[in-house]
Design a protein around this ligand. Structure first.
Ligand code: ACO
Length: 321
């Protein structure tokens, strides 16, 4: 039986951390006390205006490829989860493929599931590998959310940051991904959206992120609990047998409430929201890479990755690292 196993991880954050006090100094009517108290966020990274998602993806991918000990041309599938692509087209994945010098004709496409994008992309790559059609996938979450923030809306602009995380997923005889679950309910689309479009050479509608924070909070806690149990059940395991929960990093209170629902103490939950803010599709692979590199996540550990985001979408991947 062919399994899909994580061979290496990498991540990248642009520039220096921008603290909550830095935002106040930039003229945003907020405070460290309000942001940290309600969300746990203390800082985020913001890309310079000319830096794109494919550039952040490239830096994270180079690190993942190095960690996996392979070469760019060994990759036969590139999937980039992003809601902030460089262009309408070509895809960020195609631009990344070119930047990495992959000349083997590897398939490359973007995947749009907002903050659940990385879980969707990893589950998708796993299906390609387990079918036998592909051997080695580069799976990336990359975002420049700072581009779609209304910096006059203090209720949203303080929550997000930019960054990228990547994994190499490859065919293996040893177990890797144990179970996946992906869901969506598009009827909830108005509670988190960027309801604009390009038409006749102009953006029509609203080009900025809009959110009903309290509705998002309730929905997120409910589905993150459900989908975590779903993948653990699917694998025939119990939550006690999960070493690390690596959730999408939107808000520490959502993460704490999810951990509590699942009976997982915070010592077994990887959090980066304090330092990174919410980096949407990049947040899970950024947290994974951090915990791999600081030695918390070890080979053989069972990891539960899960996300929720606009759409609404939600999903989880249970894997043995
Ligand atoms: N600084 C200071 N005051 C603020 C700020 C700010 N940045 N933003 C809003 N306020 C004020 C409001 O104006 C309001 O003031 P008022 O009472 O005088 O009218 C007050 O704070 C309360 O505003 P609410 O919007 O009701 O704040 P709430 O307590 O709901 O907290 C928050 C907002 C933190 C967004 C919360 O709803 C939440 O945690 N939601 C979860 C959503 C989330 O994390 N989304 C991330 C993206 S979604 C995802 O990734 C899945």
């Amino acid at each position: 039986m062919i399994h899909a196993r994580v061979a290496g991880t990498g991540s990248f954050l642009p520039g220096k951390p921008v603290t909550n006090d830095d935002l106040v100094a930039r003229g945003i009517d907020t405070s460290d006390e309000w942001i940290a108290g309600r969300t746990g966020i203390r800082a985020r990274h913001l890309a310079d205006p000319d830096v794109t998602a494919s550039q952040l993806a490239y830096e994270a991918s180079v690190r993942a490829i190095e960690a996996a000990g392979c070469r760019p041309n060994d990759i036969d599938l590139v999937i980039v989860a992003t809601s902030t692509p460089d262009y309408i087209f070509p895809s960020t994945a195609a631009l990344l493929q070119a930047r990495l010098g992959i000349t083997s004709g590897a398939a490359a496409f973007d995947l749009q599931a907002v903050c659940t994008g990385f879980a969707y992309a990893l589950a998708t790559a796993e299906k390609f590998i387990r079918s036998g059609s592909h051997q080695r996938a580069l799976v990336v979450g990359a975002e420049v959310f700072s581009r779609i923030l209304d910096w006059d809306d203090r209720g949203t602009c303080v929550l997000f940051g930019d960054g990228a995380g990547a994994v190499i997923l490859e065919a293996s005889e040893r177990p890797g991904i144990l179970a996946t679950a992906l869901h969506a309910d598009g009827s909830h689309n108005p509670i988190l959206c960027v309801p604009g479009q390009v038409s006749r050479g102009q953006v029509t509608g609203d080009p900025f992120l809009r959110m009903d924070g309290q509705a998002v909070f309730k929905f997120a806690v409910k589905v993150l609990g459900e989908v975590a149990r779903e993948v653990v059940d699917q694998a025939g395991l119990s939550l006690d047998q999960v070493d690390w929960l690596i959730p999408h990093q939107a808000n520490i209170r959502i993460i704490q409430a999810t951990g509590k629902r699942l009976g997982l103490p915070m010592e077994r939950v990887i959090t980066t929201v304090a330092q990174h803010g919410n980096t949407s599709a990049a947040s899970i692979p950024l947290a994974l890479d951090l915990a791999v590199r600081d030695g918390r996540v070890q080979r053989g550990h069972r990891l539960l990755l899960e996300g929720v985001g606009g759409g609404f979408t939600w999903g989880a991947v249970l894997l043995e690292f």
